[in-house]
Design a protein around this ligand. Structure first.
Ligand SMILES: [Zn+2]
Length: 91
């Protein structure tokens, strides 16, 4: 005869483990932008406490700033003459 209780136990264990997996996935959390490790949802900036990640973020922010400046300069160099021409200057 099949042991119904044992099967029930097995099934409920499976359900519990599935539930706990789902709840773990649903816990609000962030991932470190650099290494992807789980970090606290309130972490700001969005990185873990590893010094390598902090350094990487600083480098990235510097690069971002540089890119923005370059973009602005490029934009001004291309758009300004066209705008001036459209406005009737430089003719
Ligand atoms: Zn990290």
């Amino acid at each position: 005869m099949v042991d119904a209780k044992a099967i029930k136990d097995k099934v409920s264990k499976k359900i519990n483990s599935a539930r706990s997996k789902i709840s773990v996935n649903n816990v609000p959390h962030k991932h470190c932008r650099m290494c992807g490790v789980n970090i606290d949802i309130k972490s700001e900036p969005r990185i873990c406490k590893e010094i390598t990640c902090i350094e990487k973020l600083e480098k990235q922010e510097k690069n971002d700033k540089m890119m923005r400046i370059m973009f602005f300069v490029f934009f001004a160099a291309i758009v300004a003459p066209i705008a001036l021409q459209l406005l009737g200057y430089g003719a």
